[in-house]
Design a protein around this ligand. Structure first.
Ligand code: A4P
Ligand code: MG
Length: 188
């Protein structure tokens, strides 16, 4: 069993839906240990494009690195990921950041992910859920935080749960409280 970290990113279509679906689907490649908060992040590289939602999920897996990557690519396809140019906008990107303390360097698979230490949209969520994560040579990833501090990321707050009936309930409670207070005042 190996502990692995997966980066999730989306900046096309139903971004939150893609990340939530990916998290559920990750159960098919391992046991989900922890899921980070979601961050809204400014795009880095590539053509002009919209902001991303990024997160990191940590899993324990029995799959070898290549089989795990194949599983991740299957999940991307299930969310209609299309590959055009590098760093193009995407419905879902799943990157294998860390696979235990192993190093993999083969065609089509490099672990640790070669650009992870340059990106705040990876380091912040990763360190939220795996604070002592380290590179295979033992270098703590916390040490790279300072170098990416100028990149813009902020915690994403999902406001879609604030449905009209929630507003109605708040309105009614507020009014009932006002009537009760008014009655109490009238008693004096
Ligand atoms: N590949 C090799 N190693 C890995 C690995 N460890 N994990 C290969 C995943 N894939 C790996 O990836 C190209 C190929 O990389 C895959 O077929 C796989 O065999 P891709 O997802 O098709 O292309 P890409 O993502 O455009 O390229 P790349 O170079 O992997 O991009 P990055 O570095 O992942 O950057 N800005 C914000 N704010 N948030 C983002 O999430 N993401 C990117 C993509 C750029 N800017 C961003 C974000
Ligand atoms: Mg990718």
């Amino acid at each position: 069993m190996t502990r692995a970290a997966i980066a999730l990113g989306s900046n096309l279509g139903d971004r939150l839906g893609h990340l939530e679906a990916a998290n559920e689907a990750l159960e098919s490649v391992g046991r989900v240990v922890a899921t980070s908060p979601i961050y809204e992040t400014a795009p880095i590289g590539g053509p002009e494009q919209g902001s991303y939602l990024n997160a990191v999920t940590v899993i324990d897996t029995e799959l070898a690195p290549r089989a795990l990557l194949d599983g991740l690519l299957d999940i991307e396809r299930s969310r209609d990921r299309e590959r055009t140019e590098q760093w193009a906008p995407r419905t879902l990107d799943l990157d294998l950041l860390l696979y235990g303390q192993e190093t993999v360097d083969e065609p089509g698979l490099t672990v640790p992910h070669p650009r992870m230490v340059e990106r705040r949209f990876v380091l912040d969520p990763l360190l939220d859920v795996w604070p002592d994560a380290a590179l295979p040579d033992g270098t703590a990833l916390q040490g790279f935080r300072e170098g990416v501090a100028d990149q813009t990321v902020e915690r994403f707050i999902d406001e879609s749960g604030f449905k009209p009936w929630t507003a109605l309930a708040v309105f009614l409670i507020f009014n009932i409280a006002a009537v009760i207070i008014w009655r109490i005042i009238l008693l004096f």
